[in-house]
Design a protein around this ligand. Structure first.
Ligand SMILES: NC(=O)c1ccc[n+]([C@@H]2O[C@H](COP(=O)([O-])OP(=O)(O)OC[C@H]3O[C@@H](n4cnc5c(N)ncnc54)[C@H](OP(=O)(O)O)[C@@H]3O)[C@@H](O)[C@H]2O)c1
Length: 349
């Protein structure tokens, strides 16, 4: 039994309300107090459904809730810096969604505000905590050795047509949208967890469906990528390919392949993990649970343990910064069409 649940507020009516808030309501480690949405009526509706005292579109009002200890920032990427910094400056612990910010400078601003407030900061790299990917990372550490070639390939259909998903900030580059912020950063985070640092990147992005229908049935231009291909060089040797298409007409589960000088690991599209050392047949285990909800509960429990027990946050701000540095390099590589070395980040805050 947890006697001292963390009193938390959730900012965001998408992932925040659909995945995070139900998990906080279920977990005994948390007591949700309030929720924020851009629209007051939506905020009140969410609060009513969850039985919370406050639903507001005024972020300052959210931060001022008596007894509040922590905020989960699950809003468009471009808004992470003002929201997360304001929460930290109030002395609140911050779980910030991925990527930390639109660029490395913004991510450093969040990290600095959290450090100077002396509160806990964590980043929502939930995908790495899915059972499937945890298994891939564990087996890679066990059998891979040095990477020779790795590949992460995602095929999705949710953006295949102009009306398959309504136009939102996700389709607007000025808001920090795009599939790189949606999935690419998760895949880079997983590779950085399992493999040596990334020395250089090359990248290309594409917008396959250029106009998208808004909620009120207007066609709006899409300015953020719905497909990407990233090439990686690992420090000490080895190459990687990370790619996604969100406009495919036929879906397929995520496929991850890691080939090293001592062995191989593969996640197949049916959530099974294949692994083996050189000279041995691959062994198969699974299928494993691939649920976002269960993965998010791990993120939330780790956040609680960092606040109450002083455990190291996981995923940490340091991990958020190291992904952000590679993410920045990917953006530059795509625009300037050249190899780019990610900026080194100081991992001790
Ligand atoms: N960890 C994960 O696996 C995961 C998965 C999905 C998303 N995320 C992250 O969660 C964050 C939010 O993504 P989402 O998909 O939940 O987004 P969303 O559903 O489109 O919006 C989230 C919130 O932001 C508000 N909002 C929308 N456009 C805005 C704008 N132009 N200015 C200010 N606020 C605006 C929305 O307002 P309304 O309530 O009025 O609509 C909503 O409350 C992002 O950082 C994303 O990367 C993480």
């Amino acid at each position: 039994m947890v006697n001292d649940p963390v009193k938390i507020a959730v900012a965001g009516g998408g992932y925040g309300a659909k995945v995070a808030l139900p998990a906080y309501l279920e977990l005994e480690e948390f007591e949700p107090l309030a929720v924020w949405s851009r629209r007051p009526e939506r905020a009140q509706e969410m609060a009513g459904q969850a039985g919370l005292a406050l639903g507001t579109s005024d972020f300052e009002e959210l931060l001022a809730v008596p007894g509040l200890e922590a905020v989960h920032v699950a809003t468009p990427v471009i808004t992470h810096v003002p929201f997360a910094v304001a929460a930290a400056e109030r002395g609140l612990h911050v779980l910030c969604e991925k990527p930390l910010a639109d660029d490395l400078a913004g991510a450093h601003r969040i990290a600095a505000a959290i450090r100077s407030a002396g509160v806990v900061g964590a980043v929502g790299f939930e995908l790495r905590l899915k059972e499937t990917r945890r298994r891939v990372i564990a087996r890679a550490r066990e059998v891979l050795g040095r990477p020779r070639m790795v590949s992460v390939s995602l095929v999705q259909t949710d953006h295949a047509d102009a009306s398959s998903r309504p136009h939102t900030w996700v389709h607007d580059a000025t808001m920090g949208g795009g599939r790189l912020q949606g999935y690419g950063v998760h895949d880079l985070d997983m590779l950085l967890e399992a493999l040596p640092p990334i020395e250089a990147v090359a990248a290309a992005t594409e917008i396959g469906v250029t106009m998208r229908t808004s909620d009120d049935d207007h066609l709006l231009p899409v300015t953020a990528e719905d497909a990407y291909a990233i090439l990686l060089r690992f420090r000490g040797g080895g190459l990687g390919v990370v790619n996604l298409v969100a406009t495919a007409h036929h879906d397929r589960g995520d496929v991850i392949e890691l080939h090293g000088d001592e062995g191989s690991v593969r996640l197949d599209a049916d959530q099974r993990v294949w692994w083996g050392r050189a000279g041995h047949e691959l062994q198969c285990e699974g299928p494993f649970d691939n649920s976002s909800t269960e993965a998010f509960k791990r993120v939330a429990r780790n956040f609680w343990a960092a606040i109450r027990n002083g455990d190291p946050p996981d995923p940490s701000l340091e991990e958020g910064l190291r992904v952000q540095a590679v993410f920045d390099a990917v953006r530059i590589a795509d625009v300037e069409r050249r190899w780019v070395h990610p900026e080194p980040v100081t991992l001790v805050l």
